[in-house]
Design a protein around this ligand. Structure first.
Ligand SMILES: NC(=O)c1ccc[n+]([C@@H]2O[C@H](COP(=O)([O-])OP(=O)(O)OC[C@H]3O[C@@H](n4cnc5c(N)ncnc54)[C@H](O)[C@@H]3O)[C@@H](O)[C@H]2O)c1
Ligand SMILES: [Zn+2]
Length: 383
């Protein structure tokens, strides 16, 4: 035989910008995003309908703003968003259709403005049209600015499982415009900070203590605090992706998915009644209690984490945790195998040793999980 093993080294620039009022006062920042872009700037602008409802002038501002920086708008569409657009491929197909109808090519841009779910679906369409176009993400929720918008993944749900159909694709740029957060209802605006709590817990003790000390101000949505929290969270996520050595997750360890095995399962079990942020709150609480139960972390740590979660107005229990199938098996535990199958390889779940310090474990004990869920249930009853 003849055998040739080639190495294909690749580097990507992952550009993340924080600004305010990007199509108005922040226009200069937008211009800089594209300043060193090669070739003509041409493409589609896609905006989630809920964002247009909240910002009725957004369409015209986006048109004027993008044109003024020399971007040729080949089309602008207002499209549905929210988790339901990840349930099937309707939005993905519509974006493909728009890309084709506008005769865009691989050097063209898709500028997507919306929440995490919208960006996931529109981003997947952009990542797969012509095998990948240039995507500019403009996340409009706290959660998407804290986490998903600055990541390098995009996905829709499939076979009743979260993010089953998706791709890794580094966006051309991410533009976090803090002004968009003002139109979120306070509960959603606050809840997205759970991803900041998560990344602080696994990466940055000082940041967790910063959040802890300011939890009342964050819960009151004091803007300077909220924005500082979002920015630091986004930077921790991005730094892990860029510098953690496994941007496309070919290994089994995924610290940024702390608490997510249960969260993703709860989202799909409840048909989206529990959305991502509240589901992550429960998933974090469960894995923190488990970390204590197996002797990795101290009970004080769990207390502090539970306090922070409730400080953000989030619950640590949902009845779905106790749903059982016809064989008496706790349905949420199916999330472990789904998590493993999604990551590939051996089951690897990060638990906490201390704040800012995790440890991978490779199996979870069902009875211990039962006990932890029992404790979360008791806590819920007290509330
Ligand atoms: N790709 C990744 O790496 C990654 C990482 C974490 C989470 N996610 C995904 O992100 C999704 C959750 O994102 P999310 O929390 O942004 O939820 P979301 O996209 O469902 O948005 C929440 C709600 O806010 C509305 N909305 C969005 N922006 C608004 C604005 N500025 N004003 C008023 N309303 C607005 C939406 O229509 C929706 O009803 C989940 O599907 C999750 O799986 C992806
Ligand atoms: Zn998440």
């Amino acid at each position: 035989m003849s055998r040739y093993d080639f190495q294909i080294p690749l580097t990507f620039k992952h550009r993340i910008v924080f600004t305010r009022d990007v199509f108005g006062a922040g226009l200069q920042d937008l211009a800089e995003v594209f300043a060193d872009a090669a070739g003509e700037k041409r493409g589609l602008i896609l905006i989630e309908d809920a964002v247009v409802q909240a910002w009725p002038r957004l369409e015209s501002c986006a048109r004027v703003g993008m044109s003024s920086i020399g971007f040729e708008i080949a089309g602008l569409a207002v499209l549905p968003g929210g988790e339901r657009v990840k349930a099937d491929d309707a939005l993905v197909r519509e974006v493909w259709r728009l890309i084709d109808a506008a005769h865009l090519d691989r050097h063209s841009y898709v500028v997507a403005i919306g929440g995490g779910a919208f960006l996931d679906a529109a981003g997947f369409a952009a990542a797969t049209a012509h095998r990948g176009m240039r995507l500019v993400r403009v996340p409009t929720t706290t959660l998407a600015q804290c986490d998903s918008g600055v990541g390098v993944k995009c996905a829709i749900n499939g076979f009743g499982k979260k993010n089953w159909i998706g791709s890794f694709a580094v966006p051309f740029a991410v533009v976090n415009d803090f002004a968009f957060l003002q139109s979120l209802d306070p509960i959603t605006r606050r809840a997205g900070l759970i991803e900041a709590v998560k990344v602080a817990l696994v990466k940055d003790r000082e940041f967790f203590e910063w959040i802890e000390a300011r939890i009342a101000g964050l819960a009151a949505l004091e803007e300077p605090l909220l924005e500082a929290c979002v920015e630091r969270s986004a930077m921790l996520h991005a730094r892990h992706i860029a510098e953690g050595g496994d941007a496309f997750e070919s290994g089994s360890s995924r610290p940024l998915d702390f608490g997510h095995w249960a969260a993703h399962k709860l989202e799909s079990m409840t048909g989206g009644e529990l959305s991502h942020a509240p589901a992550v709150a429960i998933g974090l609480a469960l894995d923190v209690l488990y970390s204590v139960e197996v002797g990795l972390a101290s009970p004080v740590l769990a207390e502090r984490v539970l306090q922070s979660i409730s400080g953000l107005g989030l619950q640590t229990y949902h009845p779905a945790l106790d749903w059982r199938d016809e064989h008496g098996y706790r349905v949420v535990l199916g999330g472990l195998e789904e998590f493993r199958e999604h990551l590939g390889g051996r089951l690897t779940v990060l638990m906490l040793k201390d704040i800012g310090r995790g440890e991978d474990i490779y199996e979870l004990d069902i009875e211990t999980l039962d006990r932890c869920i029992g404790r979360l249930g008791v806590g819920a009853m007290k509330v």
